[in-house]
Write a protein that binds this ligand. Structure first.
Ligand SMILES: Nc1ncnc2c1ncn2[C@@H]1O[C@H](COP(=O)(O)OP(=O)(O)OP(=O)(O)O)[C@@H](O)[C@H]1O
Ligand SMILES: [Mg+2]
Length: 431
């Protein structure tokens, strides 16, 4: 075990890692497992169209799916085991770059060994990349976390066009397959139609993991971590962790939980109690960090999302959340942010893992509904805290009790004549 490396990480040190004779590295986020489970179909598709090893040129593909759904792990697994002399694979993580220009420049550098300085027009960099690529190879350019630098607005995706269609006026003798990986599942819908059509048949969605899948991912990891030690674990501990991570379906979150449970475990055994306390701790600390950063408007929107928990789907849709937000803003003589802006805020917050959205396909316009992923007690406590510590909001909250907000929810309940969640009734005693 590489204790030195681990000790250099302050968070790990704080948690006292490195003292145990176990392979903690296998629980770190950088660890690339040899065994990727439950992604056979995705790996098969990618091998068929992109990493085939056949003579025909690979195709471009757009991979998307929520955090921790295995997109990066799968791509790294395939590329590190891919042996094809004809392939020239370039991988760049846009999340580590400041802009699209820097990302494209990183790609250029990995071909030519040096950066370009062509100003701020990303298109120019794409064209130079096309010119620089070898013509006797299958060039596969992978841009991970593309949504960190491109959002599909103002046609900012058009700079990818030369990489997708190099034969249109730049070069006829080069093959390029562009592999884009995005966490934002709505990005593809905002792409320009010419970019969309260039991806042809390959839009590959990575679904969230379910509880059983998460359990097996965790099982593999803990076996690796404690290999050749006298450590043991309770099956119920892993089950608890998998269950807790399953509403998000995020393997990274599940592994984070496992790591936390593990480092707090005693007597060389991971117990169910360790798992329970890890779930509580991680949930709370993560949310506190995020909540401190969000705007007042976002706090209000979240309050109503939380309040609508347990209600019917029809009630939880974004138009209703926004209406509630408008009502409360009117009461507070507060200017509202626009509908679209509010929606964007929630979609951004979704990336933090705190809330999740899903379409309601059977409703007209397929509206989005939002849900918290974490336990109601924790969110309740933190939201009350946020409302009462913010100057603009606290005058509406009586002694930390969010009376005006709750009244608004109740009025909404009467107005819609739909059965609101038990939660509101239980919490407030108002029916
Ligand atoms: N199918 C799997 N089998 C084993 N480990 C997995 C699997 N899927 C994900 N993991 C592990 O879970 C963690 C998160 O996965 P990964 O980084 O691939 O997520 P991602 O989809 O790229 O998320 P993001 O969108 O946030 O970048 C990694 O440590 C990865 O090794
Ligand atoms: Mg990733």
């Amino acid at each position: 075990m590489e204790i030195k490396n681990l000790r250099s990480h302050p968070k790990d040190d704080l948690m006292g890692l490195g003292r145990r004779e176990v392979n903690i590295e296998s629980l770190s986020m950088q660890y690339q497992p040899d065994n990727i489970v439950y992604r056979d179909k995705e790996i098969e598709d990618l091998k068929l169209y992109v990493f085939s090893g056949k003579e025909f040129p690979p195709e471009s593909v757009f991979i998307y799916g929520s955090s921790g759904s295995g997109k990066t792990a799968v791509i790294k697994h395939i590329t590190s085991n891919y042996k094809n002399k004809k392939a020239n694979i370039i991988y760049v993580n846009a999340g580590e770059c400041r802009s699209i220009v820097q990302t494209l420049n990183e790609i250029y550098r990995s071909i030519k060994g040096d950066y370009l300085s062509l100003g701020t027009n990303p298109n120019a960099y794409s064209i130079e990349i096309v010119k620089a690529l070898p013509n006797d190879k299958h060039n596969i350019i992978i841009i991970d976390e593309i949504d960190k630098i491109i959002n599909g607005k103002n046609n900012d995706d058009l700079c990818l066009y030369p990489l997708l269609r190099p034969h249109e006026g730049i070069r006829n003798d080069v093959n390029i397959a562009l592999v884009l990986i995005a966490n934002d599942i709505t990005l593809k819908d905002r792409f320009n139609s010419s970019i969309q059509s260039s991806f042809g048949r390959l839009w590959l969605k990575f679904y969230n993991y379910n509880e059983e899948e998460l359990y097996h991912i965790l099982l593999d990891r803990i076996k690796l971590a404690i290999k050749n030690t006298n450590y043991s674990w309770e099956e119920s501990a892993l089950k608890k962790l998998a269950k807790s991570a399953s509403p998000i379906g995020d393997a990274r979150y599940a592994i984070d939980l496992l790591k936390l449970a593990f480092i707090n475990s005693k007597n060389n055994k991971l117990t169910e109690d360790d798992a329970i306390s890890a779930c509580e701790r991680l949930e709370k600390t993560e949310i506190i960090k995020e909540f401190e950063k969000i705007s007042d408007d976002c706090v209000i929107l979240l309050f109503f999302i939380n309040g609508l928990r347990g209600s019917r789907n029809e009630l939880k849709v974004f138009p209703n959340i926004y209406s509630l937000y408008e009502i409360i803003c009117a009461k507070m003589f507060r200017r509202t942010i626009s509908y679209q802006h509010a929606l964007n805020i929630l979609e951004t917050l979704e990336k933090t893992g705190i809330i999740s959205s899903s379409e309601i396909p059977y409703m007209r316009g397929k509206p989005l509904k939002f849900d918290f992923r974490t336990s109601i007690e924790i969110v309740d406590e933190l939201l009350l805290h946020e409302i009462s510590r913010r100057e603009d909001l606290k005058k509406w909250a009586k002694e930390g009790d969010t009376e005006v907000f709750i009244e608004t929810l109740n009025a909404f309940k009467k107005q819609t004549k739909l059965d609101m969640s038990d939660y509101i009734d239980k919490k407030t005693g108002v029916t």
